[in-house]
Design a protein around this ligand. Structure first.
Ligand code: 1Q0
Length: 215
């Protein structure tokens, strides 16, 4: 049987996965990237069922990437860099409109990548927040500055509604499961630069290959 402890999210764990994402040459290991997302989804699931439409989509995208990793061409999917090169060289990506490759690694990862920017902005706000800061406001501000620009209004509307169900800052910190608010702040301080770096490396790679707007 799975002990309850195993299901418990800890922010430290997410920190560790994002730490192991980057190789010394700044390649991003897909396996660890995906593991980082798994941890985040686990966190989100602790916040309540209003978020299940969000976590379903995230889980779906994680699974697509895992399938690539475990597939017969898995060797090309070890890093995000090798994935982009392989899929572009082999013309496995829909570049201008959706068509033959709705599950390309490139377009699938791009969705998570955009969500990572939301996370970065949200955690920045959380880190500079005070006891009476409103998590729903921080979350929607971060969303409006990032992901919202890529979402149709119906999704923006659903997301906006879900944000109001976010627990307050104190509960949020409890769920992170790292200790006192001071300890949470310390772990956030360690986590943010790692997330920012992974985000920036991926952003640069996608920009160089001109694939930031994949359909
Ligand atoms: C804690 C609250 C979570 C808020 C997450 C903000 C994101 C809102 C996104 C809402 C839209 C989701 C529904 C589906 C959208 C898709 O249309 C869209 C595009 O895909 P496609 O195939 O139609 O082109 N999909 C996406 O944009 C991907 C969205 C993935 C969102 C994953 C969010 C995972 C969140 C984790 C919670 C982190 C908790 C933060 C604190 C943790 C401390 C380390």
């Amino acid at each position: 049987a799975v002990a309850l402890e195993d299901l418990k999210f800890t922010l430290q764990e997410v920190l560790d996965t994002f730490k192991s994402c980057l190789s010394e040459h700044k390649d991003v290991f897909l396996e660890h990237y995906v593991a980082g997302w798994r941890g985040l989804v686990r966190f989100m699931n602790c916040l309540g069922s209003v978020f299940s439409f969000i976590s379903k989509d995230a889980v779906n995208k994680i699974q697509i990437l895992v399938n690539h990793l475990n597939g017969e061409n898995g060797a090309h999917y070890v890093t995000i860099q090798s994935m982009v090169k392989y899929e572009l060289d082999s013309q496995l990506v829909d570049l201008t409109k959706r068509g033959s490759f709705p599950e390309s690694g490139c377009r699938t990862l791009l969705r998570l990548h955009r969500a990572l920017r939301w996370l970065e902005l949200f955690l920045e706000r959380l880190q500079t927040s005070t006891e009476d800061s409103n998590t729903s406001v921080m979350c929607s501000e971060a969303y409006n500055e990032s992901l919202a620009q890529h979402h149709a209004w119906i999704i923006r509307k659903a997301a906006g509604t879900a944000f109001w169900a976010l627990p307050g800052r104190a509960t949020f910190f409890d769920v992170m499961n790292v200790g006192s608010p001071e300890q949470v702040m310390a772990v956030l301080g360690d986590t943010l630069p790692l997330i920012s770096e992974v985000y920036q490396v991926t952003e640069d790679l996608y920009a160089q290959n001109n694939i930031l707007e994949l359909p």
